[in-house]
Design a protein around this ligand. Structure first.
Ligand SMILES: [Zn+2]
Length: 368
């Protein structure tokens, strides 16, 4: 009985049509598959009398190997001819090939990578952090006290916890007990989209051993109307260095090195006194206008200088918030907008171009 079934199946297998992928699929499913006819016969082995089991088992195995070998050989043959078989007989093979549409790197990513490479050469390792932040890391730890007018400089988008509650119990702990620094004194976290990557600086200061030398790239958000010069979403590269005896001269040299590497040796820098809650003293960083090289033009409003970012010495209050002794340690920090640098470098006049996905714009960066 079993012998007959095996012989019948063997006959079918040796005469099966395996000339196309459709036939191959059918063959694979009906003979080789887990629910195929061979598997069926293997199942029936258990009712074969014990003294025949060995012989029948060997026959079945041989048939299975033969079926698999036939299938493999036929599949190779079909694949080998497939490339030369016209699927559509009307296709004109004399036409030039249609090239694959390769994407290009986005100008913001090009600039980001170049910035990180330059800072990497002088020892700044990359650190990243979450885009959804709590009030402590975005504002309070950075010396923006609650209800202080400095917060108006950076309005953002606030979030509520998933269950609709804004409050959570327990000092320094969120509902799931995560995402919250153990040193954070926050009791009622307000979650928000971070307004700057300085949040990562706070996280570094809270958790990393000193000295800290880091650059932090990332996306940030502001509650702003979208125009040629402002957007509700943009990118920053910030940096921080904290150690014993760090001075403003170190900051200036770092920025100078970066600017010369990125824009060229003929570009100079200038620091203008400014105010940021988290640095003291603070300065805006200007560079020689790239268009007129300092002679004065309408881009630089005839001053010869254009601004690229802000910087300063980390405020002792910020160090104290992160439990770092400001008597022993000092540090500097800076922040630059990647869009701003890209606009200067590639002479782009409208910020919105970066997010409109206009292929005519993006293809211009193909060769970079
Ligand atoms: Zn100019």
């Amino acid at each position: 009985m079993m012998q007959e079934s095996i012989a019948a199946l063997a006959a079918e297998i040796t005469t099966a049509d395996l000339s196309s992928t459709t036939h191959l699929d059918a063959f694979r499913i009906s003979y080789l598959g887990r629910k195929g006819r061979l598997a069926d016969l293997f199942d029936q082995l258990k009712i074969v009398p014990a003294d025949q089991k060995r012989a029948v088992g060997q026959q079945l195995n041989a048939l299975k190997q033969d079926a698999q070998a036939r299938f493999d050989a036929a599949q190779q043959a079909v694949e080998a001819t497939a490339d030369n078989t016209p699927a559509n007989p009307d296709f004109d093979y004399t036409l030039p090939p249609v090239p694959n549409a390769l994407g290009t790197r986005h100008p913001l990513m090009l600039v980001r990578e170049e910035m990180l490479r330059i800072f990497g050469r002088i020892g700044f390792a990359v650190a990243e952090g979450p885009e959804i932040e709590d009030d402590w890391h975005n504002f309070t730890a950075l010396n923006f006290p609650e209800n202080h007018p400095a917060r108006d400089m950076q309005d953002t988008f606030f979030l509520e916890a998933g269950n609709g509650k804004r409050e959570s119990g327990g000092e320094g702990k969120t509902e799931d007990g995560e995402n919250q620094s153990p040193r954070s004194p926050l009791t009622a976290p307000h979650f928000l989209l971070r307004t700057h990557t300085s949040t990562v600086q706070v996280r570094m200061m809270e958790t990393e051993p000193l000295p800290i030398r880091r650059v932090m790239p990332g996306r940030v958000f502001r509650n702003e109307a979208i125009s040629a010069r402002a957007h509700m979403m943009f990118h920053q590269v910030e940096g921080i260095f904290i150690d014993e005896g760090v001075s403003f001269a170190d900051l200036k040299q770092t920025v100078y090195y970066f600017v010369q590497e990125l824009f060229g040796a003929d570009i100079n820098i200038r620091f203008r006194p400014s105010f940021f809650p988290f640095t003291e003293p603070s300065a805006e960083i200007d560079i020689t206008c790239l268009i007129c090289k300092g002679a004065g033009c309408n881009i630089c409003k005839y001053s010869g200088w254009v601004e690229i970012g802000g910087c300063g010495m980390v405020d002792p209050a910020v160090l104290e918030n992160a439990k770092i002794d400001p008597e022993k340690y000092s540090g500097y920090a800076w922040g630059m907008g990647i869009e701003r640098i890209a606009m200067l470098k590639y002479q782009i006049k409208d910020l919105r171009l970066f997010t409109e996905n206009d292929m005519r714009f993006l293809r211009q960066f193909e060769a970079l």
